[in-house]
Design a protein around this ligand. Structure first.
Ligand SMILES: *[C@@H]1O[C@H](CO)[C@@H](O)[C@H](O)[C@H]1NC(C)=O
Ligand SMILES: *[C@@H]1O[C@H](CO)[C@@H](O)[C@H](O)[C@H]1NC(C)=O
Length: 446
């Protein structure tokens, strides 16, 4: 592949041989963008009682008798026939899907315990070991981070280490995987693709799904970079939410038709290059393909794509890793003043504490320049698996940054297990958290 030609200037490699697969790649280091506040923030917490701390005491009879569906029962299939019984229906991205909305609706009617805005997070890596000696260790930590995030927030997660279509490798591999996952998870309203090299650095934040109710594909980007500059870095295709519906089935076939499984792969490379002036390499890639569709696609596609730029749905790691010590300090300061936030609690009860904390974050802002915990820190261009990071990054900055982000995120989890890493650059050092941490000293006598 045209690897060397690409690597010097781009933050993405086109090597299919090695490296973190599914690289979302694009960075937008130099971009400044306006921060807007949410118009309808915290929709996911909006159903929480106004006093979440008291609510999480939850010893009332009403709470205890609101019978959750029996877990075993939920795992028993309905005898009624569904799309799974149709021998003509396949999981491959090459097979068209018809009437998917109807098929999914029927399945849900037969499995009534599964209604709601469920999310399945998808991520993955290549089938073979990493060539960088610490690459697989980093993969493990990156995966653990996503598992923690999903467990805390009640999402399902699937990790793929297979190429479901032999031609669709590297950053194209996600499309066949999403196609199969939509069929395997009719209960999921949303599939959330997250590149392996992205770290959840706010374990409490949830995407504001209500904002996206009229859209089917949510991707991080900047409108002016896409529509005016026509930059291939205008959005990042390494993290996106896609609705499990017929529109998405059709859209993914269209998107995949610009990839290596298509006889028109090379034609698309040239078309993308001529449409996106700053794209330096010749091969068609998933991100340029998506921007091309956003710019030139039919209205039925573009109307349903939401470009999210108001918070770190994807955050460029170089903008973020230098800020996490300060952010840690800000949160500790808040907790010193709010006893409720210092209260020990079961991990399952985290949602109520997140809602309480939110009341003290109204001045924090979102995204670049804010002191809120950054939602997702994406190590684009770092290539931890083959170790061949973008040469524009200083020697160890990728690994130092990644370890710091992972420890920053993990501290939010470890806290509920009674421990903390006092030094974000050292994963081996662990301290026990005292009761009522981080109360001010004078309060200790209470
Ligand atoms: C499933 O099949 C049973 C028996 O034929 C029928 O009574 C029921 O309505 C069906 N359920 C759904 C959701 O179609
Ligand atoms: C990290 O912490 C461990 C355990 O406290 C310590 O032995 C080690 O020297 C530390 N490493 C660095 C680089 O500071």
């Amino acid at each position: 592949m045209a690897k060397n030609a690409v690597q010097s200037k781009s933050t993405r490699t086109l090597s299919l041989r090695d490296g973190p697969l599914f690289l979302g790649g694009a960075t937008a280091a130099v971009l400044l963008f306006t921060l807007w506040y949410f118009s309808d923030p915290w929709t996911d917490f909006s159903n929480n009682p106004t006093n979440p701390v008291l609510a999480s005491d939850c010893v009332t009879a009403a709470y205890c008798s609101s019978a959750a569906p029996d877990a075993d029962e939920l795992r028993h299939d309905s005898p009624n026939s569904t799309f799974y019984d149709d021998p003509g229906l396949g999981y491959s991205i090459e097979e068209p899907m018809e009437d998917w909305d109807e098929k999914r609706r029927e399945w849900l009617e037969n499995h009534p315990g599964y209604a709601g805005d469920r999310i399945l997070l998808l991520t993955g890596s290549q089938p073979s070991p990493c060539s960088n000696p610490t690459g697989d260790h980093l993969f493990l930590r990156l995966f653990k981070n996503k598992v923690d995030y999903c467990r805390i927030n009640g999402y399902d997660i699937f990790y793929s280490n297979a190429f479901l279509h032999p031609e669709m490798r590297a950053y194209w591999a996600k499309l066949p995987l999403i196609r199969a996952a939509m069929v395997a998870h009719p209960e999921a309203e949303w599939i959330w693709w997250v590149d392996s090299d992205a770290v959840f650095t706010d374990m409490e934040f949830k995407p504001p799904l209500r904002r996206y109710r009229d859209h089917n594909l949510i991707v991080h980007g900047w409108a002016h970079m896409v529509y005016e500059k026509k930059s291939w870095l205008g959005l990042n295709a390494g993290i996106f939410l896609i609705r499990n519906c017929q529109w998405s089935m059709d859209f993914m076939r269209l998107w995949a038709s610009m990839g290596p499984m298509s006889p028109e792969f090379h034609k698309w490379g040239w078309l993308q290059k001529s449409a996106l002036p700053d794209k330096m390499f010749r091969d068609s890639d998933d991100q340029s393909a998506l921007i091309y569709l956003v710019l030139k696609g039919e209205k039925k596609w573009t109307d349903k794509i939401y470009i999210e730029g108001e918070y770190y749905f994807h955050g460029y790691w170089l903008d973020i890793v230098g800020t996490v010590d300060d952010v840690t300090e800000r949160y500790v300061t808040i907790e010193r003043g709010v006893r409720g936030l210092r209260r020990r609690h079961a991990e399952k009860m985290s949602g109520g504490y997140a809602a309480l904390r939110e009341q003290y974050l109204s001045a924090a802002g979102y995204g670049k320049g804010s002191w809120r915990r950054p939602f997702i820190t994406h190590f684009t261009g770092c290539q931890h698996c083959n170790g061949e990071h973008d040469p524009k990054y200083e020697s160890d900055s990728c690994w130092i940054g990644m370890v710091k982000a992972l420890n920053f995120a993990d501290n939010q989890v470890l806290r509920m297990y009674g421990f903390v890493r006092p030094d974000l650059s050292n994963a081996s050092r662990l301290s026990v958290l005292p009761f009522d941490y981080p109360a001010a000293e004078e309060e200790d006598h209470w």
